[in-house]
Design a protein around this ligand. Structure first.
Ligand SMILES: [Zn+2]
Length: 457
């Protein structure tokens, strides 16, 4: 009897181990099978490392960006389109890790858990339609004019990204020898909208202003005085101009460092950190499952001077362009953040949806409506009294510029972000031109060109 129960015990243990092993195998299969099946070593799907059985990638209007023809991966016939959209679509060597040909590989080759990749026989995998407009991407890349930088344009009501361009780029149909010119192709595989972070400079004043509107009593009737330099408890805060006496509204048009440093010091590290967090500075939302770089904001043990400079956007703060575009979109949308996305649909070759398409925008209120409204008004005043609206009169262009000092002795980066207060074109935008110089000029010119293309002005 004792022997029997011992054997039963061993048998029972073996059964448990077997079940655990099966569970592990099943778990690994569910977790990693799409990766195994669509790995570049799978010769059914790749030729010389390239995708040869993947479906099409289309722009928002249905323009073919990438396709497979007779086992060859081909790209749009127009070189400018190929270059402008290389970071979205991907390159043959799969160097851009965030591109759709890498991140949506299993969807493109039509892999699924039930059938693997066999079900389509000689057919080609799923087609992905993106939200991006190829015409706009071309206009944006051309407007950057050979300089490094990025342009993002998003519909702030739906979250659809209409434009995502990163420079430098290259032609995926004729990839250059990157190694031969490291200077020209520096960071070429990085999609700067998604994967880069930059010092925000004065565009961060939109975060400080939101905190001030909510937390400094009577801010609307406060007067700020700028004499070009100010001693903030032992730290000198400098301003590029002498702005004299100014109302809270005027501090934004003037982009006065002294006013914003004073506000930040008065608000204190906890409130400033809370508003940076609301703005999505430290944690970027994913873009349809594609990872986006996180920024940085920390006032641990900061002196009042450091808090002041942080409020101006010139400390060790870093922001990711897409994430900050989301904040600007929330201001434009009356305080509600809408989740950005880039995939319109994924369809089988027969036209059936290849994923659940529940594109309900997930709204999250990050600013009170009144706070967003006040910021909208101040950004509109910036354009009317400062930057000018060019050919965009009638579209309610509202914006904030920024200059981000760089440490390598080169020209500073130029930022321009904002939105159109328009029912027909509810667009938020962000532009950074690396080493574009001080002031709004470089980035604002790019932004206006792209927005004019977007609205047909
Ligand atoms: Zn000033």
């Amino acid at each position: 009897m004792k022997l029997m129960s011992k054997r039963a015990g061993i048998l029972f243990t073996l059964c448990i181990l077997f079940a655990a092993g099966m569970m592990f195998l099943l778990f690994s299969y569910v977790k990693d099978a799409p990766k195994w099946a669509t790995s570049p070593v799978n010769q059914h799907l790749y030729k010389g490392g390239e995708l040869v059985r993947a479906g099409q990638i289309l722009d928002a209007k249905g323009v073919m960006l990438a396709s497979t023809v007779e086992n060859e991966r081909v790209y749009n016939p127009d070189e400018n389109t190929r270059v402008a959209l290389m970071h979205l679509v991907g390159d043959p060597a799969q160097g851009v890790g965030t591109a759709l040909q890498v991140t949506y590989r299993s969807k493109l080759v039509g892999w699924d858990y039930l059938n693997g990749t066999y079900h389509f026989g000689n057919k080609i995998g799923n087609n992905i339609r993106t939200t991006v407009d190829a015409d706009l991407a071309r206009a944006a890349y051309a407007a950057l004019g050979g300089r490094r930088g990025t342009v993002g344009v998003m519909n702030y009501k739906t979250g659809e990204l209409l434009c995502m361009v990163s420079a430098p780029s290259f032609d995926p149909a004729a990839p250059p020898d990157i190694e031969s010119d490291p200077e020209k192709y520096d960071g070429v595989y990085i999609n700067r909208l998604l994967s880069a972070t930059y010092t925000p400079g004065s565009i961060f004043k939109l975060v400080t202003a939101a905190a001030a509107i909510d937390n400094i009593p009577g801010i609307g009737s406060r007067e700020f005085v700028c004499e070009g330099s100010y001693d903030l408890l032992g730290t000198e805060i400098t301003c590029p101009a002498v702005h004299g006496r100014q109302s809270f509204e005027e501090t934004m048009v003037n982009s006065c460092n002294i006013a914003y440093a004073q506000m930040a010091a008065e608000l204190g590290p906890e409130t400033m950190t809370a508003y940076a967090e609301k703005a999505g500075v430290m944690k970027s939302p994913e873009l349809d499952g594609i990872g986006v770089a996180n920024g940085h904001f920390s006032l641990n043990n900061a002196t009042p001077g450091e808090i002041g400079w942080a409020g101006v956007g010139q400390s060790d703060t870093l922001v990711n362009p897409l994430s900050y575009l989301g904040y600007v979109a929330a201001i434009a949308g009356g305080g509600d953040a809408v989740k950005p996305h880039i995939i319109k649909s994924i369809r089988t070759p027969n036209g059936f949806p290849a994923r659940f398409e529940l594109d309900l925008p997930v709204d999250e209120s990050i600013l009170a409506q009144g706070t967003a409204g006040k910021l909208q008004q101040m950004m509109r005043a910036d354009v009317v009294n400062g930057y000018g609206e060019g050919n965009l009169a009638g579209y309610g262009l509202s914006a904030k510029s920024g200059t981000a000092e760089v440490t390598d002795g080169k020209e500073p980066h130029s930022w321009f972000c904002g939105f159109l207060d328009s029912e027909t074109a509810p667009l938020a935008f962000i532009v950074i031109v690396e080493n574009g110089g001080a002031g709004s000029s470089a980035a604002a010119t790019v932004a206006r060109t792209v927005l004019e293309a977007a609205v047909g002005a």
